[in-house]
Design a protein around this ligand. Structure first.
Ligand SMILES: [Zn+2]
Ligand SMILES: [Zn+2]
Length: 164
């Protein structure tokens, strides 16, 4: 990162002049660090394109798979993020590289987060819904159609765990 950009960052952080933050955003954008659409939620068309690419790379209905759980429960950016960090994901990589779809959000300072936009709601969802297997500790995930009754990993009953 160059010195001029560092100076802008210092200024924007130190003061409360919104013009400094605007200038910083513009500089980030010029440096290619911030796509114009970063803070905008994905359009439904782009969500569908991203979801299709995730399925193309990882067509999975394993009840213990967090990628499948994220996708099926509407956390499409999280699903893409988990996927690209877990395995070779040709279709999703290509889609993210061309810059039209950005799964990361930014904070008020225009700084790009290193985690996807819908991460916090995913964590909340996970906390509420993931069923931890009393036998092996694996997470099992419900979806719209199905709530697992036995662990997908070790086959132990999950009924007790769900009552906890
Ligand atoms: Zn999977
Ligand atoms: Zn288990």
């Amino acid at each position: 990162m160059d010195e001029a950009l560092r100076d802008l960052e210092r200024k924007a952080r130190a003061g409360d002049d919104p013009r400094d933050r605007e200038a910083l955003r513009a500089a980030y954008r010029r440096a290619g660090l911030l796509p114009d659409s970063t803070n905008v939620r994905l359009s439904s068309l782009n969500r569908r394109i991203l979801a299709d690419s995730i399925v193309a790379d990882h067509d999975c209905d394993d009840q213990c798979c967090e990628i499948a759980a994220a996708l099926e429960n509407g956390f499409v950016e999280v699903a893409a993020y988990l996927l690209i960090n877990a395995i070779e994901a040709e279709a999703v990589d290509e889609l993210l590289e061309d810059g039209r779809i950005d799964i990361f959000g930014t904070n008020m300072m225009g700084e790009r987060f290193a985690w996807p936009r819908d991460w916090d709601s995913w964590v909340e969802w996970h906390h509420e819904n993931a069923i931890s297997c009393p036998g092996c500790g694996a997470f099992n995930y419900p979806n719209r159609w199905h709530t697992p009754e036995v662990c997908g990993n070790c086959q132990k009953s999950l009924v007790e765990a769900r009552l906890l």
